[in-house]
Design a protein around this ligand. Structure first.
Ligand SMILES: [Fe+2]
Length: 141
């Protein structure tokens, strides 16, 4: 599982959100590196705990921005967050059951970076930048 470099394609233009996305990417890359060099289960478990905790914290932060702005697509976005969070919690559960996770974490990362950030988070940022008037329900589809 390769490390993924942050790229301008992932930028929403909301500095706090971009910073948190970079931190999340950092945690996933740390996980990938730990898998690569065969770190023990205790360390991997710690990294997964960070991933779950930070994902939760970050989603709540994003949702608070969206609520404050009365984002028109809030309900859908929150539902997507729930799905992503469930996925990460599932990894943690599976890991605790002794399962190997490399591919699952990689597919989460790809979905999260390529789909959620580049489509849904950027849709919110564009909506916000446009003064909160644009209907973004069709963006990215
Ligand atoms: Fe989001």
């Amino acid at each position: 599982m390769a490390q993924i470099q942050w790229s301008s394609e992932f930028e929403t233009g909301i500095m706090s959100v971009d910073g948190q996305h970079q931190n999340l990417l950092g945690i996933v890359n740390k996980f990938a590196a730990a898998v690569e060099i065969g770190k023990g289960r205790r360390i991997m478990g710690d990294i997964l705990r960070d991933l779950v905790g930070y994902t939760q914290e970050h989603f709540l932060y994003e949702e608070s921005l969206m609520k404050e702005a009365e984002y028109s697509n809030l309900t859908l976005h929150v539902a997507q967050h729930h799905q992503l969070l469930e996925k990460v919690q599932r990894f943690q559960f599976d890991f605790n059951q002794g399962k190997r996770l490399t591919k699952d974490v990689h597919s989460f990362l790809q979905y999260w970076l390529l789909n959620h950030i580049q489509v849904d988070d950027i849709a919110f940022a564009n909506w916000l930048a446009a003064g909160g008037v644009e209907d973004t329900t069709t963006v990215g589809s």
